[in-house]
Ligand binder design. Sequence first.
Ligand SMILES: *Cc1c(COP(=O)(O)O)cnc(C)c1O
Length: 396
Amino acid sequence: MEFSQYNVNALMYITPRPELIFTEGSGMWLTDHQGKRYLDYLQGWAVNCLGHSPQCIQDALVTQSKKLLNPSPAFYNAPAIELASLLTANSCFDRVFFTNSGAEANEGAIKLARKWGQLNKAGAFEIITFDHAFHGRTLATMSASGKPGWDTIFAPQVSGFPKADLNDIASVEKLISDKTVAVMLEPVQGEGGVLPASREFMQALRALTKKHNILLIVDEVQTGMGRCGELFAYQLSDIEPDIMTLGKGIGGGVPLAALLCRDEIACFVPGDQGGTYNGNPLITAVGVAVIKELLAPGFMSSVKEKSEYLSKALVALSEKHGLQGERGEGLLRALKLGSNIGGALVEAGRNMEPVGVLLNSPRPDLLRFMPALNVSIAEIDQMISMLDELLTQAKK
Ligand SMILES: *Cc1c(COP(=O)(O)O)cnc(C)c1O
């Protein structure tokens, strides 16, 4: 079918999209409506941690859909209990609340922190967040995000999110008052341009929040579930936060996210939190299948090997083309282009023949790479050689 035969205007316009309809995906590859294939370094925005349509997710969906879809969140179900147990057994957290999106998990984290503030800190409610942060697109999480204007474009919005600078502990300390209940950050700012919080900063933040008896919330919607080379990115800094949110990779491509906290913080009472689809067995069964793959012997060490391989290949490419190097943690990496050619590279990569490459440019001078965690060395080599060609073309 031709693109023009699809009634794309039946969809609400929210962003410019290329004139492609993706019809199939397998591992690192996507296929469009005309049968053209693309090497996919977006993976649904770091969502498909095991690539497109992995066997374990297909099996989990088929098996669970024959058993039970949704008994209602007012009843227990076995996959939700199993997934929560696997998450708590492999992290410093004790309690899990499942949600359907990262923004909803963060919204829950904000509510939990404010509730804890009402009970323990005389109604303190402010949550210090960071410039360039991204926490989602609900009214509260837009305010919590550090994108210019995002706290006011749908005014009146939720207030109480003063902004500090990443890796600048003094900028956080300055904002702490008796209204402060928590500090919230991404261990690596993803949408902001793959900006890692340093190990020293994370440790200083933990010490500072302990000293003032305020909560430390890590938004690991993008960095969690193996993406940064450890199961959770907070583990890179040897600290234990109070609250964590997960999304993206936790469902491997299906809508699943989670809010986790330590036992002492779990202060919701009936009526405070809930949701029709939250923790339904169909989707949590997928989560169980995904985390079991990540926990399998050798999986995380292979993620580390591939991260090092990708990092070295990007450094070599940067040297060859006179770019500004690369940065990131694990398989969340960025190439610093040194000029605003990101958008042009993304478009040229998509248009390459006979196969295209899907890249992402969160800032005009940067490319971000978020391959499946089980990407092969050959698929890294292929992307690097395609990007080499694109960079050579761009200079002409
Ligand atoms: C993607 C993302 C979110 C929002 O998740 P949704 O599932 O799109 O609501 C929140 N925080 C971070 C760090 C993200 O990368």
